[in-house]
Write a protein that binds this ligand. Structure first.
Ligand code: ACM
Ligand code: ZN
Length: 493
């Protein structure tokens, strides 16, 4: 670090005294693992610069055109891309780097060449992002690159960002823009929260009422759920969903940017939209309406009805056709057991399964574990693995292969790692981006509440010191979540 500071200082002096020109800054977010300056004349990027990539390599050709488009967007300068080698001023993309971490890259700047060498095309893509971010947006035409060797690789294989499109719906164009923002930050997982009480947002051909009925709510709450009472509603029907063709287009768009989309179908709670479309799948079978306000609802999928499992298998059949992701998110959060306690079918299931509760966990909590395990087994046959919110630990009976997404704090993730289940850390107090970012709520837009400044996000350490190094290996990474109860527009998102 000292060396870095010293070199930066030297460069500033150089820039200020000799050239008086601004230069690019490699200290981007995420900060590369190492930045070693070398003592040569800087590389001056200009319109004669050509980006080259290996002949016949479609992924690298795509990487080259991404880089050219970023430079053009920032500086207005069109840059040529070319297969093979060139002698002039050039940016060379290649994948010769030997590194066990396939997302690693080395970015080398000499006076006449920038080289981005990745352990894979994904690594090259991250090197491109670093190069792109190093350009000072306040001086986008100052394309002076100090000579340097940057070595970088992500610490975690799972670097996620979530987005809730149920509480508010966002267009295909905006989802693409959102994916662009993930790419800019070297994130590689997009957790797409597609279903919830307030709207089902994905076309399922076998169950057309999910979108015909379940994607529309009668109206929407005005103001804050807890602070603005009595509740008032806007009286305007609200809805939207993605067709399977649109989903495929978005999956491809993300893939091109080395982002895997992990779809979430939230079950068995947060299913009011499902029950409105297919009331027979609820414990009481009647009087459901797609949610018009936020929070948690007692009406959930009936876990005692075999038709519920048939429904889920059909939905996951179509879902896995659309999403190649190894991980499928099945929700599992905030599922009240009120209806299950009263439902003859659920109680019969509990009896048939011999679930008795164990002092710490009720039989109904164990029933939730059964739902999760059953869907997990179904998805396993298709070669997929399940992720669930940390409540899936509650019955203490999920399989060793389930991945726990720790949101209520870090406890779920710690417990998961201690019992050798994999975990993804997304504790709300550090990683919920729907919280206020400024200290004074009166100066913030309406939000769910709480205060989460950027520094706290940046300081978050996913591996809790309570974990041994062995247990720490079960932490796949971290994710930030953006819930949209109070976020209704792209600009706000
Ligand atoms: C959640 O915030 N309900 C996962
Ligand atoms: Zn039931």
């Amino acid at each position: 670090m000292k060396k870095l500071l010293f070199s930066t200082l030297a460069l500033c002096l150089m820039a200020c005294c000799k050239e008086t020109k601004p230069v690019v800054n490699y200290e981007v977010i995420p900060l590369p693992q190492s930045i070693e300056y070398t003592e040569q004349e800087p590389f001056q990027l200009d319109a004669k610069t050509v980006i080259t990539y290996p002949q016949g390599n479609a992924l690298q050709e795509k990487n080259a055109s991404f880089l050219a488009s970023y430079i053009q967007e920032l500086s207005g300068m069109p840059i040529k891309t070319q297969a093979g080698v060139t002698n002039g001023k050039r940016i060379v993309l290649k994948t010769d780097l030997q590194n066990a971490n396939q997302e690693a890259y080395q970015l080398t700047v000499t006076s006449d060449q920038i080289t981005i060498d990745g352990a894979s095309p994904a690594g090259v893509f991250y090197g491109i992002q670093t190069l792109r971010k190093s350009i000072d947006v306040t001086h986008p035409k100052a394309l002076v690159f100090p000579t340097v060797v940057i070595n970088d690789a992500p610490r975690f294989a799972y670097r996620g960002m979530h987005f809730d499109v149920s509480r508010h719906f966002f267009t295909v164009d905006f989802i693409k823009q959102y994916i662009d923002i993930l790419a800019l930050h070297n994130l590689n997982k997009f957790h797409w929260h597609l279903t919830d009480d307030q709207g089902w947002r994905i076309e399922i051909k076998k169950y057309p009422r999910l979108t015909e009925v379940g994607s529309m709510r009668k109206e929407t709450l005005i103001g804050h759920l807890l602070k603005d009472k009595p509740h008032q509603f806007d009286g305007k029907p609200y809805g939207g969903f993605y067709t399977q063709e649109q989903i495929k287009e978005i999956v491809k768009y993300a893939q091109d940017r080395y982002i895997t989309i992990i779809p979430e179908i939230d079950i068995p709670g947060h299913t009011l939209a499902v029950l409105t479309a297919y009331p027979e799948l609820g414990c009481t079978g009647k009087d459901y309406a797609v949610g018009t306000k936020w929070g948690v609802f007692d009406d959930v999928l009936c876990a005692g009805n075999e038709a519920s499992y048939k429904f889920l298998e059909d939905v996951f059949d179509e879902l896995t056709e659309l999403f190649p992701s190894k991980y499928i998110h099945i929700g599992g959060d905030e599922c009240p057991k009120t209806r299950w306690k009263e439902c003859p079918k659920c109680q019969a299931k509990i009896k048939a399964l011999g679930l008795k509760g164990d002092g710490e966990h009720t039989a109904e909590q164990q029933l939730q574990g059964y739902v999760v395990s059953r869907i997990e087994q179904f998805l396993k046959k298709k070669g997929r693995e399940v992720i669930g919110w940390d409540e899936i630990l509650e019955g203490n009976n999920i399989s060793q292969d389930a991945i726990v997404m720790s949101w209520r704090g870090t406890e779920g993730g710690i417990a998961a790692a201690q019992r050798h289940n994999r975990a993804i850390m997304t504790p709300h107090y550090s990683l919920y981006f729907d919280y206020n970012q400024g200290e004074d709520p009166s100066k913030e837009p309406l939000s769910i509440g709480e205060y989460l400044p950027v520094k706290k996000v940046y300081d978050y350490e996913p591996i809790d010191p309570k974990l041994t190094p062995e247990q720490g290996k079960y932490i796949l990474g971290a994710q930030a979540n953006l819930w949209t109860e109070y976020i209704a527009s792209p600009a706000h998102a």
